[in-house]
Design a protein around this ligand. Structure first.
Ligand code: ZN
Ligand code: ZN
Length: 318
């Protein structure tokens, strides 16, 4: 590790849909800055094994997590305003620098998160991207207790969004095209579910009063189109799931409903600490299965085909 860096022996690393997009070169914005060849993985947990020069506040043996935001400058307009996710000098774990599908990773000491003692490495890993991303998105949407959150896409992010929504006192609806994922949403506390493959989703949601906030964690164009049509007046569409396809906007409907559209990506270090604490307090539980590193290509194939329920977490001791 160089100055300000730590070396971490990786214990676990979640597999995120962004890994698949990066591996397939589907993310135009990130393509020019992606390191090649690249070690993917940005939901990393492990143990500090060596400290670089000048590192304070971390010791060998500490249990830490390494998130998507590998580095932010701390000095630009956005960093100073507490919006470090928008830092123009940011480095990204498993994208601009090597990530956690590995036995060891280097990280910036100041951008690692200390893990609560009662969270295992595998439990904590998916919170480093999936958890913090939906936590921040729901918080920033401005939704109030008692209002209706509708989550489109019950994958790694969506099933955590359902739980966070319930924790915040919201009515939560869950939309997916797979029955097993809707079943997971129900287990996570969703008040109701709609199978978008068999029902006119926007009509079902509107019949329940419409979405105050429609949170799209899916990368499906159809999910975005349906989400927009599911809003109640003054409702907000929150963009989280990445799709390479453009989404058409019905301007007349936008005006008639005075809808809002906002986007939210990952989260700040502060938000990460908050979501880790929420999990440590028993507020949310990631549904995951573990796999070993050599299984990664098979897992990415399953992800591409939409066959994964919950999160897959690679464990390096396997
Ligand atoms: Zn991710
Ligand atoms: Zn900055």
């Amino acid at each position: 590790p160089g100055a300000g860096e730590v070396l971490i022996q990786v214990a676990a690393c979640g597999v995120c849909h962004s890994d698949l997009h990066l591996a397939r070169g589907e993310w135009d914005l990130l393509k020019p800055i992606t390191k090649l060849p690249l070690v993917l993985g940005h939901e990393v947990t492990g143990t500090v094994t060596a400290l670089g020069e000048g590192v304070e506040g971390l010791a060998v043996g500490d249990r830490v997590g390494v998130p998507w935001l590998h580095f932010t400058c701390g000095e630009c307009e956005f960093c100073r305003a507490g919006r470090e996710t928008l830092c123009g000098k940011q480095q990204i774990t498993g994208c601009t620098v090597d990530g956690g599908f590995a036995e060891f990773i280097k990280a910036k000491a100041g951008h690692t998160a200390k893990l609560p003692d009662n969270l295992s490495f595998a439990e904590a890993a998916p919170l480093l991207c999936a958890g913090v991303t939906v936590y921040r998105a729901i918080k920033r949407s401005g939704i109030q207790p008692g209002e209706r959150l509708v989550v489109f896409g019950i994958g790694g992010l969506g099933h955590l969004a359902v739980q966070i929504g319930k924790k915040l006192g919201l009515e939560v609806g869950a939309i997916d095209v797979a029955e097993d994922k809707l079943q997971l949403a129900t287990e996570c506390g969703a008040d109701w579910t709609v199978n978008a493959a068999t029902a006119a989703t926007h009509k079902e949601v509107k019949a329940r009063g419409g979405a105050h906030v429609a949170l799209v964690t899916s990368g499906s164009k159809a999910a975005y189109e349906t989400a927009l049509r599911s809003l109640r007046r003054l409702g907000t569409l929150v963009i989280v799931g990445m799709t390479p396809e453009p989404i058409p906007l019905d301007i007349q409907a936008m005006l008639a409903g005075e809808y809002k559209i906002m986007a939210s990506t990952v989260g700040t270090r502060q938000e990460l600490q908050e979501v880790l604490q929420l999990a440590a307090d028993g507020g949310i539980h990631c549904h995951y299965r573990t796999a070993s590193l050599p299984e990664i290509n098979q897992i990415l194939d399953e992800m591409k085909n939409g066959n994964l329920v919950g999160r897959v977490v690679l464990t390096m001791d396997a």
